[in-house]
Design a protein around this ligand. Structure first.
Ligand code: PEP
Length: 242
C-alpha cells in the first residue's frame, strides 16, 4: 500500500485582510520552496482565496476552502459552492469543522451532503470530527467520533478524495491537547472505519513545541492547524516537524 504522505493544513478561519493575508501567503510560499517532507495546504477566508492562490502559484502549497454549500448554485445568499471553490483554484475543502457543527448547528447529514458536493466538484473533502469535553469526561469520545464518521462520510469514499481530521472540540484554540495515547487511540478507531490509505490529521492547539511529539505518532498523518497557521514561521516549524 502507498505510504500516507503527511499533510500540514492551515485553517486561517475568519482572520486577515488583503495585506495580512498576502504577506502570510507569501511567507508560506517562500518557505515552501525550501526542503520539506509533507504536503502543505492553506485555507484562507473566502475573500482572500483568489489573491492567496496567486501568491502561492508555483510554490506547491495547496489552496482550500473552509466550508461549502451542498448545492452547486442557486438562491443561497451568502453561501459558496464547491464548484466556486474549484473555479477559484482550490483543491480541498474543510467540512464539518466543530465551529460550524456547534455555532451553525450543522449535523452529520449536513456534513455528508457537503462532502458529496466537494467530490462532485472534484475537491478533496477534509471531514472534521471530534468530541466535546463533556463527552470525553463521560468516556464517550470513541463512540461519539465513530458515530460522526459513520454519519458524515458519504458512500463511495476513497483515500484519494477523503481526509479525516480528528479535532477534539475542547482542544481547539485552548492550548490544551489530549495525551498522545488518547490521540493514538482515537486515530486507530477512526482508521478501522475508513478506506485503507486515507490520511487522518490531528487538529487542536498544534504548535511548534508540541508538533514533533504529535506528528511522531504512527497513526497521525499530519495536522490541521488553526492559530499557529497565522504565523508563517510557526506554520513552517510545524511542517518541519514532519
Ligand atoms: C482548528 O480550528 O481547526 C484548530 C485546530 O485550531 P487551533 O490550532 O487554533 O486549535
Amino acid at each position: 500500500m502507498a505510504e500516507r504522505k503527511r499533510l500540514v493544513a492551515g485553517n486561517w478561519k475568519m482572520n486577515g485582510g488583503r495585506a495580512d493575508g498576502l504577506a502570510l501567503a507569501r511567507g508560506v510560499a517562500e518557505r515552501a520552496r525550501g526542503p520539506h517532507r509533507c504536503d502543505l495546504l492553506v485555507c484562507p477566508p473566502f475573500t482572500l482565496l483568489g489573491a492567496v492562490g496567486e501568491a502561492l502559484a508555483g510554490s506547491g502549497v495547496g489552496l482550500g476552502g473552509q466550508d461549502c454549500h451542498p448545492a452547486a448554485s442557486g438562491a443561497f445568499t451568502g453561501c459558496i459552492s464547491a464548484e466556486m471553490l474549484r473555479d477559484t483554484g482550490c483543491s480541498h475543502v474543510i467540512v464539518g469543522h466543530s465551529e460550524r457543527r456547534h455555532t451553525c448547528s450543522e449535523t452529520d447529514a449536513d456534513v455528508r451532503a457537503k462532502a458529496e458536493a466537494a467530490w462532485r466538484a472534484g475537491l478533496i473533502a477534509i471531514i472534521c470530527v471530534g468530541e466535546t469535553h463533556a463527552e470525553r469526561e463521560a468516556g464517550l469520545a470513541c463512540e461519539v467520533v465513530s458515530a460522526q464518521i459513520a454519519g458524515s462520510i458519504p458512500d463511495g469514499a476513497d483515500a484519494e478524495r477523503l481526509i479525516v481530521a480528528y479535532e477534539p472540540v475542547w482542544a481547539i484554540g485552548t492550548g490544551l491537547t489530549p495525551t498522545t495515547a488518547d490521540i493514538a487511540e482515537i486515530h486507530a478507531a477512526i482508521r478501522a472505519l475508513i478506506p485503507a490509505g486515507t490520511r487522518i490529521l490531528y487538529g487542536g492547539s498544534v504548535n511548534p513545541k508540541n508538533a514533533a511529539e504529535i506528528l511522531g505518532l504512527e497513526e497521525v498523518d499530519g495536522a490541521l492547524v488553526g492559530g499557529a497557521s497565522l504565523k508563517a514561521d510557526d506554520f513552517w516549524a510545524i511542517a518541519q516537524a514532519c
